[in-house]
Design a protein around this ligand. Structure first.
Ligand code: ZN
Length: 338
């Protein structure tokens, strides 16, 4: 089964670039910048990955301070993007949508355009070298003002369809309801961006409704809290909203107490369009193989269930129809070789 999972062609839709930096690269670059005490790579890895003892989303988000220190130059950002896609291609990921908040890469003088262009360059290079397709999602941060989100939407527009496909709203939900960013997401909708929003990750089910109805979300990041409210499940189903679920991350942030409480089976049984993703390959110390293995080993998922999720993932991509069909063919061809 493990061997088969490895060979399965895959699609990754919810992956944060800054949470998915190779630890060795971070270590090397931090040492170069003399921004790290004298510690071993092994010790460093523990500092940037979540251990079993993680207690909350807040604690989880603290792990992002190290990668963000080094993601402040064009070279580093391009290299990190390229390496992530190399790692994904080794797991037979055929297409990935990688998200990042441009403003977090602009602390040491990079411009918005430079930050975005560096990611897109890494993607181009990875496409040539590893034959992996990818697009970027620009994240707005909930704790920032709506003006900052509007700036992301406006400045990102010139990249739309040229490597950027969507905007996202990310960051802890407590105290930062979706409606705060409505003006930015109305604008994104008008300009033709696709829209995904982190919502209902740690209990706030009303954020799912607001994200769909006020922010035009076509996909919801996590969405676990939908299980609490049949009306939300109905809404997701009626509007064909995809859920980007990230099981291992959700366990680590205590979004659910245990895998037995994870609502993915109920969602599937209710015909909700579930996809499975990693969230952060480094911080969560995960991969799509690990996520699928967990579902198979702990929740009794069959290969057919996994295939259904994969089918949903292809449908959920923010690719134009023609490119979506192209990806479908790539996946079908790859499946023939298993
Ligand atoms: Zn996320």
């Amino acid at each position: 089964m493990r061997d088969m999972l490895k060979k399965l062609p895959k699609v990754e839709l919810h992956c944060h670039l800054d949470g998915s930096v190779r630890p060795e690269t971070m270590y090397e670059l931090l040492l170069e910048e003399k921004d790290l005490e004298n510690i071993s790579l092994e010790e460093f890895e523990k500092m940037v990955k979540v251990e079993d003892g993680c207690n909350s989303l807040v604690e989880y988000l603290e792990k992002f301070s190290y990668p963000l220190k080094i993601m402040q130059s064009k070279e580093n950002i391009e290299r990190i993007t390229y390496e992530l896609l190399e790692d994904l291609s080794k797991q037979n990921v055929k297409y990935a949508e990688i998200r990042f908040a441009p403003f977090l890469f602009m602390k040491k003088g990079l411009s918005f355009d430079e930050a975005v262009e560096s990611v897109l360059k890494g993607m181009e290079r990875a496409k040539k070298d590893f034959n992996i397709l990818s697009n970027a999602i620009l994240a707005c941060m909930r704790y920032e003002s709506v003006d900052k989100s509007i700036e992301v939407v406006k400045k990102g527009e010139k990249f739309l369809g040229k490597g950027v496909v969507a905007v996202d709203l990310a960051g802890g939900e407590e105290g930062f309801p979706p409606e705060k960013h409505k003006e930015a997401f109305d604008l994104a909708y008008e300009k033709g961006y696709n829209i995904t929003v982190h919502a209902g990750e740690t209990g706030r089910d009303e954020n799912i409704i607001k994200s769909v109805e006020l922010l035009h979300a076509q996909r919801i990041g996590h969405g676990i809290a939908a299980i609490k409210n049949p009306n939300i499940m109905k809404l997701l189903k009626e509007k064909d909203i995809f859920l980007e679920m990230c099981p291992i991350s959700n366990l680590q942030t205590k979004a659910v107490n245990s895998i037995d409480e994870y609502p993915i089976r109920e969602f599937l049984n209710n015909d909700i369009l579930v996809t499975v993703n990693t969230d952060n390959t480094t911080v969560s110390n995960t991969s799509l193989d690990k996520e699928y293995s967990l579902l198979i080993e702990e929740l009794g998922f069959s290969i057919e269930d996994i295939m259904k999720i994969m089918e949903n993932s292809v449908k959920a991509t923010f690719l134009p129809e023609e490119e979506k069909n192209h990806l479908k063919r790539i996946i079908e061809d790859s499946l023939k070789n298993i």
